[in-house]
Design a binder for this molecule. Structure first.
Ligand code: FDA
Length: 968
């Protein structure tokens, strides 16, 4: 049964006619809001800048900052402003900042008041009373986005525990059968600081701990609870939690619980079918709120960034059509999935009513839901038609509500949206009521740029979680080549989380082995140099493809051998895949050389291998860095002696095997596990050494550089050294920063992979205006990191790998505690003695000059520094000899422009974390004492492994010019 088109149009026209009666008039605030929004549509750049300014506003503390930000945002679009506004902009700097700030704050409160009910009980009650008088019912949503700490999750829960009984006392019964008067909506991600889609059981446990008391309070209050749906990454875990808790004995017979389903998701129909099957097993109906979905731009951007297929339809009409399809599904199953149709789109609503009529369902079995402050005439028109209309009312302070407010402003003004077309631009009803027409092949793939990075595993998907778990179970200890008969020469690799677990063992190479390997490599120089570029490139492509097929096994080995969390391990495999593919692409360009012809002369510049290359890799990226340096050398024609880190010989062995399988001849690639002190001289001082590609500490890197520069006997060339030597990276948090984003970005940058990445943040320099607030939230967010073995997807903090480094670090931390205020030190508990653990540590109010000597500190230690202003912050940030990564959180355009210019590091990140550079998109590498050489994963990297040669030939012979083509 389908809805009849002519009936949809009839109902739609009736709604439009009725809506005219409720249209706002010029003496009403709403009229002016709509007028302002309609005006801004004509100036989209001005509108963008205004929205950006509004987004910044709650975080700005001082009146001067408010005035300055307004000027910064509006000046670039001044030419598009009306004359009066332009004049005003010119005089603003002369007016007292306090006046301007007061005026702006008032305006913002006014605007927020359209979409948010505020936070104090009395105001909320007044608003709810007014809605009820207009025949509307409500659902309350407590604004609590970006919960970073457990205290915030507690606060969110407490608001509901407080609200429910209060609302029960003040709300009137709703007309219609079995419909509770009190209705609340909540977001599950706000019930824990660690809503981790990869860890369904852990997240479920954490969320349910706070959700159950809310549900019990709702039962006591006779209320209905709806679970909102958030980003696509949270969908699977949200649904699972919802179904699990609703299936628990105390809630199984309770019908007053519901969930939102988003029609813009391609998988939403399958999702709804699965929900129906589950509800039928449960035996008690639930409510389903059908929405289109509020995060369309976000989902598209995330999918494009990660190289994932987009989870959402790419055409608005496809979402609308799916919405109608799902409406039909709900109405067909209304007894078990009680429908709440949430939309401001008159066509979507008219379609629902027409279908309901056709199916003979009574009107009170379906309710309509609309957002507070949006499409008010439609709400009244629906009430006048006898429909039950529920208004979604967000309550809370402006600061946590700002993301919601900006979403609503964007939604109201989106040129794809019904609200803009119907309520601001007043397009003709016939146009607005047309059935959604989807173009053929509407689902376009999301394209980003010419080189597509490897798509990381999406652990919010169950199939990927299962693959990773299976790979971890499959892992077996590896004994490399029988390991030899002398146990004193065994290098036994153990899991840094728990030393009792062996990862594998290998025979340690001796100095003699190193020399032999170099001699063997030397014998391969000519063969490999003369192997065609095509063949060498093919080897890299094969390796990339093989790594992709076996990515789970490599990732699992990284988890086990170096304590990487699932995402970090997967990203590392992806990085090496990218190196293989990208360097293969770049090698194709290099292989063509450069030809410059003039009459009578041909010139060819081409690139040749340097010779034997020694690759020495660190333990923190034992696959991607080892492999990246190795494949760069190999593809340019250099034989490689590959020395993996002592702490990760098994990953190195598996990479070596993969290189052989990809077609690199034995001898061209050699695997040499051993201690640097023992085998190093044999590699570095060998006369055949042409190049050293090294990543590791500054001491070793500079030492290698010194040795390489020496004219040793038999050495016939200056050894080329590429050395990546780490950093003491800083993040600046400016006064205009988004606090949520900066806290989570700093935590991820400083404590992701236990701060062991060379790109990790070790200093955070915070503007004095934000310092105290930032510090308190940061510490609470660090305290929420769950510590434990990396193979558990919920653990965000694992061991450091290197035992010596651990011991040194613990001694350093003990020393630092004597000089600086230790703000936070994590508890290791049972893990302390099992593996190589160091707790996360945060020092407070660190004097930058006293910290300067701590350059060699590494691991999960973070120093907080206070800065008077951006100039001082930049001085502190630049006050180190390292120049690797750096970051800044700011929303002031001028601050961002200045940081771009003045924060001198190899990789600068604005308004995001400072780790996780991607091949091609963010070529990685520093200068100063951070590195010698060009950026890995960048367009010039391969050039370092080559010697450019130029051949010039005179082709003018006895006055006759010989064309290039006819040369032999
Ligand atoms: P309209 O018909 O204009 O549809 C706009 C929607 O179309 C966009 O929001 C987007 O979903 C989709 N769209 C826009 N451009 C597109 C394109 N190029 N291709 C494909 N699709 C495109 N949202 C959410 O995600 N989770 C939730 O829990 C809730 N809860 C909620 C409760 C209530 C009571 C309401 C009214 C709304 C929500 N929403 C929500 C928000 C909802 O998802 C949606 O953003 C708005 O209601 C807009 O949809 P309309 O039908 O009103 O407008």
């Amino acid at each position: 049964m389908e809805a009849n088109e002519s009936r949809i149009h009839e109902l739609g026209n009736e709604l439009f006619r009725s809506m005219r009666r409720w249209a706002p008039e010029p003496w009403q605030k709403m009229w002016w809001h709509d007028w302002g929004m309609a005006l801004s549509l004509r100036r989209p750049r001005v509108q963008r800048q205004l929205f950006r300014f509004i987004d910044t506003l709650p975080g700005l503390r001082r009146p001067e900052a408010i005035r300055d930000h307004l000027l910064e945002y509006m000046r670039p679009v001044a030419g598009e402003l009306p004359e009066a506004a332009r004049l005003l902009l010119n005089v603003l700097p002369k007016l007292p900042a306090s006046w301007i700030a007061a005026l702006i704050r008032r305006g913002a409160r006014e605007l927020a008041g359209r979409f948010l009910l505020g936070a104090d009980g009395e105001t909320i009650n007044q608003h709810l009373g007014a809605l009820q008088q207009q025949g509307l019912v409500y659902t309350i949503d407590w604004l609590g986005e970006a919960v970073l700490t457990e205290a915030e999750a507690d606060a969110y829960q407490n608001e509901y525990l407080r609200l429910l009984p209060t609302l029960a006392r003040s709300s009137r019964a709703v007309s219609g059968r079995d419909v509770p008067a009190v209705n609340v909506s909540l977001k599950l991600s706000a019930l824990t600081s660690r809503f981790e889609p990869a860890d369904v059981p852990g997240t479920m446990e954490r969320v349910c701990r706070r959700l159950r008391p809310i549900l019990r309070a709702a039962q006591d209050a006779g209320a209905f609870v709806n679970v909102d749906m958030e980003h696509a990454a949270y969908r699977d875990v949200t649904l699972r939690i919802f179904m699990a808790v609703a299936d628990e004995a105390e809630f199984r017979d309770w019908p007053n619980i519901g969930i939102a389903i988003q029609a813009y998701l391609i998988e939403s129909e399958a999702e709804l079918s699965a929900l129906l099957a589950w509800v039928e097993r449960r035996g008690t109906s639930i409510g389903v709120r059908l929405v289109k979905g509020a995060y369309w731009d976000y989902e598209q951007a995330v999918a494009a960034g990660k190289g994932w297929p987009s989870p959402v339809f790419s055409e608005k009409a496809a979402t609308d059509r799916n919405f109608e399809r799902l409406t039909r599904f709900l109405l067909m199953n209304w007894r078990m999935l009680r429908p709440a149709i949430a939309s401001h789109n008159v066509r979507s609503i008219a379609h629902t009513i027409a279908l309901r009529e056709a199916l003979g369902i009574e009107s009170h079995e379906v309710e309509f839901q609309l957002l507070y402050g949006m499409a008010d005439p439609l709400k009244h028109a629906l009430v006048a038609m006898g429909e039950r209309v529920r208004v979604y009312c967000p309550v809370g302070e402006l600061l946590p509500g700002i993301a919601y407010l900006v979403r609503r402003l964007l939604e109201n003004t989106s040129n794809q949206g019904f609200v803009r077309a119907g309520y601001l631009e007043h397009r003709a009803p016939e146009e607005l009521l047309k059935a959604p027409m989807v173009k053929e092949n509407e689902q376009k793939p999301v394209q980003s740029c010419e080189f597509l990075n490897d798509a990381p595993a999406d652990f919010s998907r169950e199939e990927n979680r299962q693959r990773m778990e299976a790979a971890l179970i499959r892992l077996q200890p590896v004994v490399v080549d029988g390991c030899g008969s002398d146990p004193s020469r065994w290098l036994v690799s153990t899991d840094p989380c728990d030393f009792s677990r062996e990862v594998g063992r290998v025979r340690l190479a001796t100095l003699e082995d190193a020399r032999d390997a170099m001699s063997r490599s030397e014998s391969m120089v000519r063969i490999w140099r003369e192997t065609t570029w095509k063949e060498r490139i093919l080897c890299l492509r094969r390796l990339g493809a093989d790594l992709d097929v076996r990515r789970w096994d490599f990732a699992a080995r990284l988890v086990r051998e170096v304590g990487k969390t699932w995402r970090e391990a997967d990203a590392e495999v992806g990085e090496l895949i990218d190196f293989c593919r990208y360097y293969a692409d770049r090698a194709e360009v290099l292989s063509r050389g450069v030809a410059v012809d003039k009459p009578g002369e041909v010139n060819d510049t081409f690139y040749e291998a340097r010779g034997v290359t020694v690759v020495i890799a660190p333990w923190n990226f034992p696959l991607a860095i080892l492999g990246g340096m190795t494949v760069a050398a190999l593809v340019t024609g250099n034989p490689v002696v590959m020395k993996p880190a002592e702490q990760a010989p098994i990953i190195g062995w598996e990479l070596y095997q993969a290189l052989l399988a990809a077609g690199i001849p034995a001898g061209v690639i050699q695997y040499l596990p051993g201690y640097g002190e023992e085998v190093g001289p044999g590699l570095v001082n060998h006369p055949a050494t042409a190049m050293i590609a090294f990543t590791g500490s500054k001491e070793v890197g500079l030492g290698l550089n010194r040795q390489a520069a020496m004219a040793l006997e038999g050495r016939r060339q200056v050894v080329r050294v590429i050395a990546e030597m780490g950093g003491k990276n800083a993040i600046i948090v400016d006064a205009s920063a988004d606090l949520d984003a900066s806290v989570s970005g700093v935590v991820a940058s400083a404590f992701g992979y236990q701060g062991q990445k060379c790109s990790a943040c070790s200093r955070v320099i915070v503007h004095r205006d934000l310092y105290d607030e930032f510090r308190d939230r940061l510490v609470a967010a660090v305290a929420a990191l769950e510590l434990g073995p990396a193979e558990h997807p919920g653990h965000l903090f694992g061991p450091v790998i290197d035992v010596e480094a651990r011991d040194r670090l613990l001694r350093q931390i003990a020393e630092l505690r004597k000089q600086h205020r230790c703000l936070y030190e994590g508890q290791l508990g049972e893990w302390a003695t099992r593996g190589s653990w160091v707790p996360p540590v945060v020092f407070d109010e660190v004097d930058p000059s006293s910290w300067f000597g701590q350059e060699e500190l590494f691991g999960p230690v973070l120093a907080l520094m206070r800065a008077e202003d951006l100039s001082e912050a930049l001085n502190i940030a630049n006050g180190t000899n390292y120049c690797l990564t750096g970051g800044c959180y700011a929303r002031s355009p001028e601050a961002l422009a200045r940081v771009r210019r003045e924060f001198r590091v190899g990789n600068l990140y604005l308004n995001r974390g400072i780790t996780g550079a991607l091949v091609y998109r963010q070529p990685f590498g520093g200068f100063g004492l951070s590195g010698i050489g060009s950026k890995a994963g960048g367009p010039d990297y391969l050039l370092q492994f080559c010697v450019p040669r130029t051949v010039t030939e005179n082709t003018l012979i006895h006055g006759m010019v010989i064309e290039r083509e006819s040369q032999s």
